[in-house]
Design a protein around this ligand. Structure first.
Ligand code: TEU
Ligand code: CA
Length: 557
């Protein structure tokens, strides 16, 4: 297997709205990103992924696109984009865009036309159905963001499908014209020199024939069995690859919603020529039992080890995946999987030590490199995320939870946690993100957690990430290799050895806030320490004593 640039590369995800605001209107923008390219480069990042930057009424912050070939006015101009691309390439980095092709905005020309009449030439770009006998929606499908997935269009007395908000009508991929439109948009950006796409909810593009009711199996299973993995999906992914992606030096990174270890191969196995990689939801959702704002389970390390192992085995030597512990849709990784108070620094470093030694392409989300944490929004007026707002509204009707509890759940799981402005400087207003009023408030802890302070501190999370990512570049065994698990059922420690040709490393991670010891099995006193989030490693004979949240990588060869 060849370790191509996109396999070995580290991806840094930017959520442009929250990254850096160059003109102080409170919204991050492309010029703001350009200002920070040297910073990103200094992290040893290879690939930048931009969340959607296309024209959009921003019902879902750009995941509702009204024109696939123009830039959202708040973010800047096409000229800004061209500069951004050029400057990214100049630094030896690549740039990928977020292709939202399952749905578009209801303000896209296609939908505005389609809703005019039943015989409009664009009608068949979307999914339309007559009401059920009682006049209600055609089936029982629920939207990801609450309520029915169907919206009645008064003009034609037909419903259209929207798996997300009603301002995000699903595109009908069975229509060859739709596919051609999307492929043309992809070519437009690839011809400019873009290096690939992250593909939003791509497993959902093919709908089950006849739109059957979903069985009562819980939302997560419904996604897998009903919404995702549709009958024509793989034909289209193959077509997209053949007609577009494969013609360029570019790659596809799919959002693996609704995919499990049994189906992943159908998407990413090399011989199928569909997608280059995907990131799955099992780690991101491992504390979310069925869906957001329902049941939450405590973080369980052994379960997480099983997940990593399961996915590793599923694509072993046949395909490729990417690994992420955070993105713009989930609460902050250090708050979820580590300790964002007493052991903030230690746990943030340890978690990335783990992620960077899992097989696959490494995905990092903006702000995690300084250990940004969840925020406590004080009341519902401070909440911006449509998913959280819809949950709150729905709860006002159902009264399932008290209003206090609903807000608490939003603060724990809501997407705004990951979307607060990046904390550049502790001495500047809004953490240096903007001098204007930010669209979502900055986390007040920017005074302690910020890039400027961490630049000066050699032991900061930021400088640790730099060293870790640089080390990863020098050792392919971080990126892939054969695993040997040690003490697999230990609920506090995650220990493994990895081997690739002549390279061999040992990774030792303590997920606990107390010291933990284990028997290393052989003498590791003499070996080189590649990475360590503490100054020392405590070894006596074969016995290793790991400090709270200590993470160490040893070079065994
Ligand atoms: O996310 C798809 C998705 O499955 C999310 O709805 C996810 O389940 C949820 O946020 C977790 O509770 C993608 C984008 O990443 C997201 O930002 C968009 O809102 C969504 O698609 C619609 O485009
Ligand atoms: Ca701005």
């Amino acid at each position: 297997m060849e370790l191509t640039w996109f396999k070995k590369g580290t991806i840094y995800q930017i959520y442009p709205r929250s990254f850096n605001d160059s003109n102080d209107d409170g919204i991050g923008d492309l010029r703001g990103i350009i200002e920070k390219l040297d910073y990103i480069h200094s992290l040893h990042i290879d690939i930048i992924w931009l969340s959607p930057i296309f024209s959009s009424p921003n019902d879902d912050n750009g995941y509702d696109i009204s024109d696939y070939c123009s830039i959202m006015s708040e973010f800047g101009t096409m000229e800004d984009f061209d500069v951004l691309l050029k400057e990214t390439h100049k630094r030896g980095m690549r740039l990928i865009l977020d292709l939202v092709a399952n749905h578009c905005s209801d303000e896209h020309k296609w939908f505005e036309e389609a809703r005019k009449s039943k015989d409009n030439p664009y009608r068949d770009y979307f999914h339309w159905k007559k009401p059920s006998i009682d006049g209600g929606p055609p089936n029982n499908w629920k939207s990801f963001f609450g309520g029915s997935a169907w919206e009645l269009d008064e003009v034609s007395d037909e419903y259209y499908l929207h798996l997300f908000t009603k301002k995000q009508p699903d595109l009908n991929w069975e229509n060859p014209k739709v596919r051609e439109e999307i492929y043309d948009a992809m070519r437009f950006w690839l011809d400019k020199g873009v290096d690939g796409f992250r593909m939003d909810v791509i497993p959902l593009i093919s709908k089950p024939e006849g739109y059957p009711d979903a069985p009562d199996i819980g939302f997560r299973k419904i996604i897998e069995d009903v919404y995702a993995n549709g009958p024509t999906l793989h034909r289209y992914l193959n077509e997209m690859n053949e007609e577009v992606i494969s013609k360029y030096d570019a790659f596809s990174l799919a959002e693996g919603v609704g995919i499990n270890e049994d189906t992943v191969g159908l998407y990413v196995n090399y011989d199928r020529k569909e997608l280059d990689m995907l990131y799955h939801f099992d780690i991101l959702e491992c504390t979310i039992v069925n869906g957001k704002f329902e049941e939450v389970s405590p973080f369980d390390l052994v379960q997480m080890k099983h997940i990593f192992k399961k996915w590793r085995d599923a694509i072993h030597q046949t395909g490729w995946i990417a690994n992420a512990m955070g993105n713009h849709d989930f609460a902050r990784m250090v708050s979820r999987f580590g300790d964002d108070k007493k052991y903030h620094k230690e746990s943030a470093k340890m978690l990335m030590t783990m992620l960077s030694t899992q097989n696959g392409t490494l995905n990092i989300y903006q702000g995690d490199e300084i250990g940004m944490t969840n925020i406590s929004l004080l009341n519902i007026d401070e909440v911006r995320d449509i998913q959280s707002l819809n949950f709150y509204k729905e709860n006002k009707i159902t009264h399932k939870y008290t209003e206090e509890l609903a807000l608490e759940m939003i603060n724990k799981e809501g997407r705004d946690n990951a979307r607060t402005p990046v904390q550049w400087d502790g001495d500047e207003i809004n953490g240096g993100f903007s001098k204007g009023e930010p669209w979502l408030k900055a986390n007040p802890n920017y005074k302690d957690i910020n890039v400027a302070y961490q630049e000066k501190d050699p032991n900061s999370i930021l400088n640790f990430y730099r060293n870790l990512l640089k080390t990863r570049k020098e050792h392919d065994v971080f990126v892939h290799g054969d695993f040997e698990e040690i003490e697999f059922n230990n609920p506090k420690l995650y220990i493994y050895k990895k081997k690739l040709g002549k390279e061999e490393i040992m990774v030792m991670l303590n997920f606990n806030s107390s010291e933990e010891s284990f028997d290393a099995g052989s003498n590791i006193n003499e070996v080189e320490v590649l990475v360590n989030n503490y100054e020392n490693l405590d070894v006596e004979n074969n016995n290793v004593l790991l400090k709270p949240y200590q993470g160490v990588i040893l070079d065994l060869k």
